[in-house]
Design a protein around this ligand. Structure first.
Ligand code: COS
Length: 384
């Protein structure tokens, strides 16, 4: 076993570290205040290739292995998870369907502008009545010649309002459901019949937009069915494969956020004096710090190991679900302890832990709740 990172990944990590410390860290409070990421920061991320980390070099991306991508997510999320979400749909849930199952022509057509960040791509699966039960989606796609006509509503769509392209899951055969009845499309914006609906006001992740998308007789060419004619009805499988990877990268981000919470807790424990001593000298505080550090180490190791396994071309459905489950639950515990160590100050907006605590909460919900991860893990165990 070799636990040293390859040279090129270490270089990438160092570059990202510099960007994070010099550019992002000082801006984090402003992003929170303005609920927006400054455009020059987005442009810097484009120039660094962050929008195309997972896109192969032949389409203009960096072609990073999953391990490299996870490390980037971990470092960026250490300071601001909203910033990660700005480019993660281009690398993950938005683009992966095209990369995995798209035709060569579709890859040529869509991936270069996704990789450069010129275009933002979102992923639209969730609906008001279909969250965990993803195969219960009702957005319909009815064929009319060489077009499909889409009708329905999608909700909680990350980058939905700003997206130029959207990977949309819709029902093409209601009788077949997840097995042959759901199709994945790429829908461009603007397309008549596609409107951005409500913009959500969230508990956290300020700076990352979450929108409703409304399809009313929205006509999409058959050419935009991911994978072409032969993939009509096979979109659910595409979506599930995409989520397998999304869950792993989200686990990596959770490790980054947890590391930051621990760093803040250690700093505070050294500075805060009570009963005549820094509180870090008290064993109850030390116990919390030790527990946090141990759990972060466990989560980080799971992520790296699963990423390595994926880079070997081996299946990771179970391990990605385990990583997502463990790392996001671990993040919840770590943030709670970090806030506890901060005492009353941790509840105040001037301390970064207050934001991280709020930002962390959704990780146990989106891209599949903890409960769904357990179902996926158990299903794999019983199948094995
Ligand atoms: N990769 C590829 N194919 C997969 C798959 C995966 N990870 N998971 C399931 N499939 C396939 C199955 O193999 C099956 O197809 P076949 O019969 O052709 O083999 C089909 O998809 C249906 O699978 P299943 O019966 O497991 O579907 P369910 O309706 O029971 O749903 C869960 C399974 C609950 C796991 C799924 O609905 C899910 O992941 N829900 C959460 C959705 C989510 O994460 N939402 C977050 C918002 S999106 S950012």
């Amino acid at each position: 076993m070799d636990f040293d990172l390859p040279e090129d990944i270490r270089l990438m990590q160092a570059t990202i570290n510099k960007f994070v410390n010099q550019t992002l860290e000082p801006l984090s409070a402003q992003i929170e205040e303005d609920d927006a990421i400054p455009e020059d920061v987005v442009q810097s991320m484009r120039e660094m290739g962050l929008f195309g980390m997972s896109v192969p070099e032949e389409y203009g991306g960096l072609g990073l292995p999953t391990l490299g991508e996870c490390l980037v997510y971990e470092e960026i999320s250490r300071v601001n998870s909203s910033v990660r979400m700005r480019f993660s749909t281009n690398n993950g849930i938005g683009s992966l369907g095209i990369l995995y199952d798209g035709t060569p022509e579709q890859r040529e057509r869509f991936l270069p502008s996704i990789a450069s960040g010129e275009k933002t791509i979102a992923f639209a699966l969730t609906e008001p009545d279909a969250g965990s039960d993803a195969s219960a989606i009702r957005t319909s796609a009815v064929r009319d010649g060489d077009q499909f006509v889409l009708n329905g509503r999608k909700m909680f769509i990350t980058n939905g309002a700003i997206a130029d392209l959207i990977t949309v899951l819709a029902v093409t055969d209601p009788d077949k459901g997840a097995r042959g009845g759901i199709t994945a499309f790429v829908v461009a914006k603007p397309t008549p019949g596609l409107e951005v609906g409500k913009l959500e006001k969230k508990m956290g992740l300020r700076g990352s937009g979450t929108a409703e998308l409304i399809f009313e007789d929205c006509r999409v060419p058959v050419d935009n069915v991911i994978g072409g004619e032969e993939m009509i009805g096979r979109g659910f499988q595409t979506a599930m494969k995409v989520l397998d990877k999304g869950r792993l990268t989200l686990a990596a981000s959770s490790v980054g956020m947890a590391r930051k919470a621990l760093e803040l807790a250690v700093l505070y424990a050294k500075q805060r004096v009570q009963f005549g001593r820094p509180i870090g000298e008290f064993q109850l505080i030390q116990g919390m710090l030790a527990q946090m550090a141990t759990e972060i180490y466990a989560g980080q190791t799971m992520v790296y190991r699963t990423a390595w396994q994926k880079d070997q071309g081996r299946p990771v459905r179970k391990e990605a679900a385990m990583s997502k489950l463990y790392c996001t639950e671990m993040l919840g515990r770590v943030c709670d302890s970090a806030l506890q160590i901060h005492g009353g100050m941790g509840y105040m907006k001037e301390y970064a832990i207050e934001r991280i605590y709020r930002d962390a909460r959704v990780t146990r919900i989106y891209e599949g709740t903890s409960e769904i991860q357990k179902l996926v893990i158990a299903k794999e165990l019983l199948r094995d």
